[in-house]
Design a binder for this molecule. Structure first.
Ligand SMILES: Nc1ncnc2c1ncn2[C@@H]1O[C@H](COP(=O)(O)OP(=O)(O)OP(=O)(O)O)[C@@H](O)[C@H]1O
Length: 261
C-alpha cells in the first residue's frame, strides 16, 4: 500500500471534440518519483490527456488535483506555476535566439514584473536577470554540462538531440514536480533517444520527488525508463501495470495489432 499522497490525481476525466470522445472517464494517479509510460495506438487520447492536464483543453467532466490543489479548468500559466511542465512532440525553440533567451522566455511566467517595474526598479530588474543567469547555468549543468557551456549560443546551432535537451532544461527550470514528456524520440535515432532519456533519468535521481509521465511509441524507451505503464484506446484506459504486464495483455495486443490474442 502506497504511503505517499499522489502528486497528480485525475478521476473520470472526459474530453469531447463535438461527437468524438477523446478521453472517456479516464483516471490516473501519479505519486512523487513515479515514471509512468502512457501508451496507446495513434489517436487514442494520449496528447489530449497532456493538453487537459496542462490546461490547454477544458474537459467536459472529471476532477484533476495536483498536490491536493484542484486544477480543473485552471489556465495553463497557473497550472505551470503549480508545478507541472511539459515538452512537445515538435521542437518549439526560437532558433535564432540563444539558449539563454529561450530559457528566459520559458520563465516569463515567473520573471515578468511588468514594464513599470522594469523601467523604474532598474536594480531589482538587473538583480533578477543576474540570478536567473546563475539558475539557468546551474540547471543546465545538472541536466547536461554541454548546454551550460554553450548558454549564449543560438539554439539553431545545436543538433536535434541538444535542441531537445534545451527544451527539457526550459521545462525543468521552473522546478516542476511533474514533467510531461510527449514523444521525446520524435525525429531522433534510438541512440540519441536513449542518451536523452539517460539525462532525464540522471536528473530525476538528483530530484527523486520529480514525477514523469512519458508518451512514447518506442517501446524500448518505455521499457528502459518507466516503472508503470497505462494504456489508452479510444480514450479509455484498457490496461495498467508493469511494462511486462501490459505488453502481454490481450486487450493491449488487440488494440495495437487489431487481432485477438
Ligand atoms: N483539437 C482537436 N480537435 C478535434 N479533435 C481532436 C483535437 N485534438 C485531438 N483530437 C482528436 O482526439 C483523438 C485523440 O487525439 P490525440 O492527439 O490525443 O491522440 P494520441 O494518442 O496522442 O495520438 P498520437 O499517438 O498519434 O499522437 C483523435 O481522434 C484526434 O483526432
Amino acid at each position: 500500500m502506497r504511503q505517499t499522497q499522489p502528486a497528480l490525481s485525475c478521476q473520470d476525466v472526459t474530453m469531447r471534440f463535438g461527437g468524438l470522445v477523446a478521453l472517456d472517464s479516464f483516471s490516473l494517479e501519479v505519486h512523487p518519483g513515479d515514471v509512468v509510460g502512457l501508451l496507446g495506438p495513434n489517436g487514442s487520447g494520449k496528447t489530449t490527456f497532456f493538453n487537459v492536464v496542462t490546461g490547454l483543453y477544458k474537459p467536459a467532466a472529471g476532477t484533476i488535483r495536483f498536490g491536493g490543489t484542484d486544477l480543473f479548468g485552471k489556465p495553463p500559466a497557473e497550472i505551470n506555476r503549480a508545478g507541472i511542465a511539459r515538452s512537445f512532440q515538435r521542437c518549439r525553440l526560437l532558433l535564432e535566439l540563444s539558449v539563454f533567451d529561450n530559457l528566459l522566455i520559458g520563465a516569463h511566467n515567473r520573471l515578468n514584473n511588468g514594464l513599470l517595474h522594469n523601467l523604474f526598479a532598474r536594480k531589482a530588474a538587473q538583480h533578477s536577470i543576474t540570478s536567473f543567469i546563475g539558475a539557468a547555468r546551474d540547471l543546465c549543468a545538472r541536466f547536461n554540462p554541454y548546454i551550460a557551456d554553450h548558454l549564449f549560443d543560438p539554439a539553431g546551432a545545436f543538433n536535434m538531440i541538444d535542441r531537445r535537451r534545451i527544451e527539457l532544461c526550459r521545462a525543468l527550470l521552473g522546478e516542476p514536480r511533474l514533467l510531461l514528456l510527449d514523444e521525446p524520440s520524435a525525429g531522433m535515432t534510438h541512440e540519441e533517444t536513449f542518451s536523452l532519456m539517460d539525462d532525464v533519468t540522471s536528473f530525476q535521481r538528483q530530484n527523486p520527488d520529480l514525477s514523469i509521465i512519458l508518451i512514447e511509441h518506442e517501446m524500448q524507451v518505455i521499457e528502459r525508463v518507466s516503472q508503470r505503464c497505462v494504456v489508452l484506446n479510444f480514450g479509455k484506459k484498457i490496461c495498467e501495470g508493469s511494462y511486462r504486464e501490459v505488453i502481454a495483455d490481450p486487450q493491449v495486443l488487440e488494440a495495437y495489432l487489431g487481432e485477438d490474442a
